[in-house]
Design a protein around this ligand. Structure first.
Ligand code: FES
Length: 106
């Protein structure tokens, strides 16, 4: 099955993506596949923050792991709704999710 996920890029443009839930993808990989400007430098290890995003919608998401919390704590542009896209697996629970790509850290 597919879920629909909205990604707002750093220019404010909204992209409506369709994501399969059965391919073990995460949000970072989905953005890269859609050619959005998400580097995913560390390959999804919660070590680079290039997949930092803000969750706009009111979804129940999995708890942050210690690794994700540690990485987020080093980010200048942290907000209460910050997450690392690579730590969010594409599951049916993400149907209708909306995220905004965070500014790139200098
Ligand atoms: S891809 Fe590096 S922290 Fe997500």
């Amino acid at each position: 099955m597919n879920v629909r996920i909205e990604v707002i890029d750093r220019e404010g443009a909204a992209h409506q993506l369709e994501a399969p839930t059965d391919m073990a993808l995460n949000l970072m990989e989905l953005c890269k596949a859609a050619e959005l400007p998400v580097e995913g430098t560390c390959g999804g290890m919660a070590l680079c923050a290039s997949c930092h995003c803000y969750v706009n919608s009111d979804h129940q998401l999995p708890e942050q792991s210690d690794d994700e919390l540690a990485m987020l704590s080093e980010i200048f542009t942290l907000k209460h709704n910050s997450r690392l896209g690579c730590q969010l697996a594409i599951t049916p629970a993400l149907e209708g999710l909306s995220i905004t790509l965070a500014p790139e850290e200098l």
